[in-house]
Design a protein around this ligand. Structure first.
Ligand code: ZN
Length: 487
């Protein structure tokens, strides 16, 4: 039934009791949000004890890295472990996988994302060549396998096809980077164009460009790749300022920092997403207003990357989106709450990221004509404005992620893609909820399994925590993991 009646529906930064959502099975889009009195006599799928929210967006993923989860948590007695020792383990996985295995690992990872409440993924795909470093007969072989994995899992995918040409700034690729190589710019853009034309007109599979980093892509490619993205209305994603060594190398080679370099090449604007920006300088933060920064806090803490300057980025006007990156943890609420909690630990304050603009207000209309009961940020008479942090965090997880991937998703509004999740309001961790406390309970406190049902494009992919293909996917994944462990 294309009409859902949950107990609560999240729109414009507040939970509305009794509202209904109508979607079109044909277009896979939301048609309208109905008031309880208008929906009363309509035949509907009743969802008692459920709250409906927009699906979360995973704006930065490397699906194959799921394979090294749990395998990098050790070090040699006399050696420090850091990002670069982790990278050696990741390269080992990257070098070992055959195309069928790339498919199996990716499908398992995408099903796990769906179960966690992610309805779309930005897959930052840099595994291009065969194990010896030669291009496959179809140069897009592995991109096609990753896309097939997403299609079979039922998650929406923006495949961010990665350019990777140097082993460090001005250095030749190393042997262990041979599978990532896109040795010349023309061939790279030709491949992206071919991939895009294969999926033209679809909104379940889309393509974008992604120069890997200033380490891996010559500076004079950046302007051309960005111009290509503008021409074809694609998102432009790039890692930057994740590690101090990368910032130092960029300064040494170019006299400026990575985000300054990207901006200087005309590649930093509203279609740009900078992934990490952990070590962004004050000057770089100033350049990021209007762009998106994709933060991957569970990966950044695993890799010992450092703390994101989140408050300063919000002050500068940057949007923050979320990514599971290395797949150490796949859980949207955990990603969003770490951004806030890291700022608390750094500043010795609480409720640091709450902003007056979060949760609706003038100029932001969902088009359903609802008078929102208790909008966040509105001043009570005679008292100063009460600022809530949870709507800010939920917007990072949905709306800003959608914007980063240039998807018409991320909010329950007419015309947007019918991607949504339900929360089990009878979960013990949520007992005592009210419409006013549910958002902070979810964003800051709840365990991942409060999310129980997931729809993508109006098709239910997860029902009561289960995916129809999960047993088969797990069996295939286990075979790959066993071979990898034995190798
Ligand atoms: Zn990454």
């Amino acid at each position: 039934v294309p009409l859902l009646k949950p107990e609560l529906l999240y729109a414009e930064g507040a939970f509305l009791p009794g509202a209904a959502l109508e979607f079109s099975a044909e277009s896979g889009r939301i048609v309208r949000i109905m008031r309880p009195e208008d929906a009363r006599d309509e035949p509907a799928l009743e969802l008692p004890g459920r709250a409906l929210l927009p699906g979360f967006i995973n704006a930065h993923s490397h699906a194959f890295q799921r394979l090294i989860r749990g395998r990098t948590q050790w070090r040699r007695e006399r050696d420090p472990a850091d990002f670069w020792t982790w990278r050696a383990a990741m390269y080992e996985a990257a070098l070992g996988l055959e195309p069928d295995e790339v498919y199996a690992v990716s499908r398992q990872c995408f099903i796990e994302m769906l179960r966690a409440g992610f309805t779309a993924v930005g897959e930052f795909h840099y595994l291009h060549n065969d194990r010896s470093g030669r291009a496959y007969q179809d140069r897009l072989e592995l991109a096609n396998r990753v896309i097939a994995a997403a299609e079979d899992a039922g998650i929406r995918i923006r495949l961010l096809h990665v350019a990777y040409a140097t082993g460090g700034i001005g250095e030749a690729l190393r042997d262990e980077q041979r599978r990532f190589a896109t040795p010349d710019l023309d061939r790279y853009l030709t491949d992206v164009a071919a991939l895009a034309s294969r999926v033209a007109g679809r909104d379940d599979v889309m393509v974008g460009v992604a120069p890997h980093s200033v380490r891996a892509v010559p500076a004079d490619w950046l302007g051309a790749i960005h111009a290509f993205a503008c021409e074809r209305d694609m998102p432009f994603h790039m890692h930057a300022s994740e590690q101090p060594a990368e910032v130092d190398a960029c300064r040494a080679a170019h006299g400026i920092t990575p985000i300054e370099l990207i901006a200087g090449r005309g590649a930093l604007d509203e279609r740009t997403t900078i992934v990490h920006a952990t070590h962004a300088t004050a000057r770089e933060i100033g350049l990021l207003g209007g762009a998106t920064v994709c933060v991957c806090p569970t990966t950044e803490r695993d890799l010992g990357d450092g703390f994101l300057p989140a408050s300063a980025l919000l002050e500068a006007g940057a949007r923050l989106a979320l990514g599971t990156d290395s797949q150490t943890v796949i859980a949207p609420f955990e990603e969003m709450r770490l951004i806030e909690y890291h700022e608390r630990l750094r500043t010795l304050r609480r409720v640091v990221l709450a902003r007056a603009e979060s949760g609706g207000g003038p100029g932001r209309s969902a088009g359903h004509g609802y008078a929102v009961g208790s909008p966040v940020g509105r001043a009570a008479s005679g008292r100063s404005t009460r600022l809530e942090v949870a709507p800010t965090l939920l917007r990072m997880g949905a709306e800003h992620g959608a914007r980063s991937l240039r998807l018409d998703a991320g909010a329950l509004e007419p015309g947007r893609l019918a991607d949504f999740v339900t929360i089990d309001l009878r979960h013990p961790a949520l007992e005592g909820w009210t419409p006013g406390t549910l958002a902070p309970l979810l964003a800051l406190c709840a365990p991942p399994d409060v999310i129980v049902d997931v729809w993508v494009g109006g098709v239910q992919r997860i029902a009561r925590g289960r995916h129809a293909a999960q047993d088969e996917a797990v069996a295939a994944y286990r075979a790959v993991a066993a071979r990898f462990a034995a190798a």
